[in-house]
Design a protein around this ligand. Structure first.
Ligand code: C5P
Length: 425
């Protein structure tokens, strides 16, 4: 960590020569901010650090200043910096303000417009984009007060990256609250700055999912019977992949968890490849938390009870081998009933050949989903593997019938509806 040398020339064009004010607040994750400074500088950013009093309990201004190769600002009433109203200059003279770690306390102050130290004064005086990387104990993150503050800040147009799920450094407690990794934060900063100035100005309209994390499952799962045979559903992944592409276009950070498909990976999306339902469930849990999860995969309901480990051969008797099945975990229902991982908006699909709406309604309740996208996949519809789809959106409030349209259009409309839902909260 002693290398504070010049940035390598070929990385991160969006951060190159950008002035990034990095606010470090008081949490144990502050030690990761040291690495974050390096990551930002590697991409060509000029980092101007501000440390709260709490941050200085965890790391020293000396270390931060050495890595940033700049003065560290700590005091609102610093005579040297304030002779020209330095906090206003810090608030204005930059391209991005990044808060990492952002503590529950700092977010509460921001949500209420409190400006009682340098960091909060700068945040109240700024009109440049602000990206927060929260870090706190899982109980603090899931407290209703923090949830309210996060929604207020989102409503004010601020952006978030993380927090992640994992073990807390100080208590070993597991849950959601760990600060996103420095590389992920640098990527999020980069993505934010790579929006065109026009889009940035009206980001709420142009990028309705900016700062949101969306997890999507897509395609079939393959459940091995023996090393050469498997059980699967007929699913191309076209609809789920189209939704992932539309979410990325709307500015979301997208994690796509895909079963085996031949459709191309969407651009600007992190795609994780899995085979079986159990692998898909684990990958979904690893990818959460998210603001929205869309379970579009056609997960196999059953898998073979035993793995033979070798190819099952005909035994010459003419009798087929017995195939014992066991039920797979239901990914949508598992997440729907999960205390901490359930996203703000959970969407399932229902591919049915009969009683479409009744089945969708019962799934909504049974799996604790918020919306079900129901589609008729009867043999005459051409939906399975085809390019078009006719869907009905079933929610607690009623049913919306959408006309038959291309799967990419279904995806765009669904993402618009999600954006409207999130902005109305
Ligand atoms: O019960 P059914 O399979 O029709 O439910 C469809 C919905 O449930 C889809 O959103 C699908 O992705 C999800 N599902 C799941 N895990 C399963 C079965 C279905 O997540 N094992």
């Amino acid at each position: 960590m002693s290398d504070t040398g010049p940035p390598s020339p070929d990385e991160g064009p969006a951060l190159r020569d950008k002035r990034v004010v990095l606010i470090i607040s008081g949490g144990i994750a502050a030690y990761k901010s040291l690495d974050l400074i390096r990551r930002l500088r590697e991409r060509g950013a000029h980092v101007i650090p501000i440390m709260t009093r709490g941050a200085q309990q965890f790391i020293t201004p000396l270390a931060v200043g050495a890595l940033a190769a700049d003065k560290v600002y700590t005091d609102l009433f610093d005579r040297e910096a304030e002779h020209d109203v330095g906090h206003i200059r810090l608030a204005r003279d930059n391209d991005l303000i990044l808060i990492a770690p952002a503590t529950a306390d700092l977010m509460a102050k921001m949500a209420h417009g409190i400006a009682d130290d340098l960091a909060t004064a700068v945040l109240l005086a700024t009109d440049t984009p602000v990206l927060l990387a929260p870090a706190m104990n899982p109980k603090m993150w899931s407290h209703p007060a923090t949830k309210r503050n996060v929604e207020t800040l989102r409503g004010d147009g601020l952006f978030f990256v993380g927090p992640d799920q994992g073990e807390m450094a100080e208590s070993g407690e597991a849950g959601v609250g760990r600060m996103a990794e420095p590389l992920t934060i640098a990527d999020a900063a980069e993505a934010l700055l790579s929006q065109s100035p026009e889009a940035e100005r009206g980001s709420a309209q142009h990028k309705p999912l900016a700062g949101r994390h969306v997890v999507i499952t897509s395609g079939p799962t393959h459940e091995p019977i023996d090393p050469v045979r498997y059980i699967a559903n007929r699913s191309s992944g076209k609809q789920g992949h189209a939704i992932a592409a539309a979410a990325a276009k709307a500015g979301a950070r997208v994690t796509l968890i895909s079963g085996p498909v031949t459709v191309a990976e969407p651009e600007d999306v992190t795609t994780i490849h899995v085979e079986s339902a159990r692998d898909m469930l684990q990958a979904v849990k690893d990818a959460l938390p998210a603001d929205v999860a869309i379970m579009a995969a056609a997960v196999a309901d059953w898998r073979a009870a035993a793995d033979t480990g070798h190819k099952i051969k005909k035994d010459g008797s003419g009798a087929p081998p017995a195939l014992d099945l066991v039920e797979n975990p239901d990914i949508l229902a598992t997440i729907g009933h999960h205390d901490t991982l359930r996203p703000l908006l959970l969407i399932g699909f229902a591919a049915e050949t009969q009683n479409l709406v009744d089945n969708a309604r019962s799934k909504l309740a049974r799996k604790r989903a918020d919306w079900i996208v129901a589609n008729d996949v009867g043999p005459d519809t051409g939906v399975m593997g085809g390019d078009a789809n006719t869907v009905r959106i079933v929610t607690a409030d009623g049913i919306e019938d959408w006309p038959r349209m291309d799967k990419t259009e279904v995806a765009t409309r669904l993402i618009t509806k999600i954006g409207d839902f999130l902005s109305s909260r």
